[in-house]
Ligand binder design. Sequence first.
Ligand SMILES: Cc1ncc(COP(=O)(O)O)c(C=O)c1O
Length: 412
Amino acid sequence: MGKNHLSHLYSSESLSAQPSAIRDICALVARPEMRSLAGGWPDAASFPLAEIRRIFDELMAVRGAQILQYGSTEGLRTLRLKLAKRMRNEGVINAKADNLIITHGSAQGMHLAAQVFVDRNDVVLVGLPTYFGGPGAVRSRGGRVVGVPVDRNGMDTAALQQKVKRLKAAGECVKGVYVIPNFQNPTGVTLSLTRRRQLIRLADEYDLVIFEDDPYGELRFEGRRLPSLKSLDETGRVIHLRSLSKTFVPGMRLGWVYGEKGAIRQMVVAKQFADAATNTPAQHILLEFIRQGLLDKQIQDNTSFYLAKRDFMLEQMAHYFPAPVSWNRPQGGFFIFVYLPPGMDAAELYRRAVEHNVAFVTGQPFFVDNSGHNTFRLSYAQAGKEDIEIAIRVLGNLIKDSLPHPKIKKAA
Ligand SMILES: Cc1ncc(COP(=O)(O)O)c(C=O)c1O
């Protein structure tokens, strides 16, 4: 029997889902000799190993049987109360545990949200570029994604309005917008306050859901913290997705969704058939971690840790990258996005970089309209100083070699 002997039985939804090109690149560059600025994973050196081990040992000694039991689909109530309090502290007035479920990462939150809101052929607007999790979840439901340009102030809300008008006039069912408001993956940019307000207004005017994916917001290095879309939302249109992967540890697969009660109830039903409940020991460990005041300390430590890495990478880029190349200075998070001169191909640079054992992620897979060929993403999150310095030097030299004019001034 052939290898794909069941393919005629696959669901149309499963056939709509596309594998992530970025994950493929990351797998390709996992070789030990590779100096990789590709992956968006946190640096394992930041993990609070000793504290987690101590808490787990204590929990097992005192109530092992309880923490190894199934839990409720919504998640541990005591933990939901703690997370609701964090939401109140962030400006979500009256945030309650009943509006919040604990998920296996923000990825599961987005998957459940898509299950609840997206039908076949529905349109969801996403950034050009954007992290693939949002588009992936929409497509896995047979929905379609349409790109809206992202500039230095985040998603362009004027362009968004034009797109929505045009799509609606053409009879399309536009359901929502997927947005990463803080230190977006892959560009590192933050949605301005003006645009946050405009986005909320547009969602009200055009009857849209906003999927607010915010895994990086707590890792702010500088500048004023901006209110979340959820805290500006007066009509319950924002589904707020959070992750503990960058503030605690990614392997526990913990995150949460905060939203209007009815939508949360629908997500709980969807989750019942997905996994019945979120990992119980992981939730207990996180609860203790928060109770002992360790989460806020961990966030502070991670912020200083990644700030030093960002600064180091920016210094190296200013030193080694030639003038026609431009990039942003992220105020938090993990990513710097690089623009090569128009017409230059980041995929070609990637091929040559890999020959020198240096890796990054090309920008194009983040553009749902297949544009962005002259862009690439760098992450300072995982690499050590030596690897960052050597990788940036190699990239700078390769870019200089590909430029048409031999005499190149250094970037300021
Ligand atoms: C924007 C964005 N959303 C979601 C995720 C996934 O987060 P989690 O580990 O909580 O599933 C990532 C991870 O890189 C991300 O960059």
